[in-house]
Ligand binder design. Structure first.
Ligand SMILES: NC(=O)c1ccc[n+]([C@@H]2O[C@H](COP(=O)([O-])OP(=O)(O)OC[C@H]3O[C@@H](n4cnc5c(N)ncnc54)[C@H](OP(=O)(O)O)[C@@H]3O)[C@@H](O)[C@H]2O)c1
Length: 221
């Protein structure tokens, strides 16, 4: 498949790009608001992969160009910029499945808190913003970018996946399975996304208050 990471120049984009390019045969494209920044990140990721013995090509383009022809577009931008980003690529999404890993959070003196939009979750906001006919899937919300990007770290995490469209869900569970050490878990429809997104501030709070724990993910057993 052709997988485009919108805003793939950031933290989660880097981790997903490196793992997908290393562990799968999928074609990975980095998107950015700035074509040159996308190209620079793509070259940086290629170099990191080459240093770990993987020769691969990663392209970098402005978001709308990056998504043209993609089978999957992961919207790797902060939750507050999700709708702008989807709007900017809406005409170019074609048949792509749109994936939202975004979590809205706010911090106060006691720690991180889930801060969902009025519609219920960021994933549902993505679905409400996506053009008609574009299936939306929620996934990757609970993966810590730092460990994803550290290719020497062996992953052992679950990835809850929510979707209303069966075919799109299967496309993304299969994509998750392609990354070594990740297990997709079907968590129901998009209406269940808030429960998954709400785990992320919990992971951050636990990491903050417990020595030796950092960059936490989830594993259900
Ligand atoms: N970091 C994590 O560990 C993690 C884990 C799970 C899920 N997530 C979710 O993944 C998403 C991205 O997280 P991140 O930590 O990778 O974010 P980030 O590094 O802060 O930003 C990612 C990219 O978003 C783009 N961006 C920034 N401001 C923007 C704006 N105003 N409009 C459009 N695009 C903008 C930038 O790309 P360009 O400048 O190249 O356009 C940036 O490189 C978030 O929604 C987060 O909740 C993150």
């Amino acid at each position: 498949m052709h997988v485009t990471l919108l805003g793939g120049t950031g933290d989660i984009g880097e981790g997903l790009a490196l793992r997908l390019a290393r562990d799968s045969d999928h074609e990975v494209t980095i998107g950015s608001r700035d074509a040159e920044k996308a190209q620079t990140s793509a070259e940086k990721y290629e170099q990191i992969l080459a240093d770990s013995g993987v020769e691969t090509t990663i392209e970098g383009h402005e978001n709308a160009d990056a998504v043209a022809g993609a089978d999957v577009a992961v919207c790797c931008v902060p939750a507050y910029h999700l709708t702008d980003t989807i709007d900017a690529v809406a005409d170019d999404l074609g048949d792509a499945v749109l994936v939202s890993p975004a979590v809205g959070m706010k911090r106060d003196e006691s720690g991180m808190h889930y801060n969902p939009p009025g519609i219920g979750s960021v994933t549902q906001l993505a679905a409400a913003t996506a053009p008609e006919g574009t299936p939306v899937v929620g996934a990757f919300h609970n993966l810590p970018a730092g460990k994803l990007a550290a290719l020497d770290v062996a992953l052992d995490w679950d990835v809850p996946v929510v979707a209303d469209d069966d075919s799109a869900r299967e496309t993304i569970t299969s994509l998750v399975e392609d990354i070594e050490g990740l297990r997709p878990l079907v968590a129901g429809g998009l209406a269940n996304a808030a429960e998954i997104e709400g785990l992320t501030p919990l992971l951050i709070n636990i990491a903050q208050h417990n020595d030796g724990l950092h960059d936490l993910g989830v594993k259900f057993q």
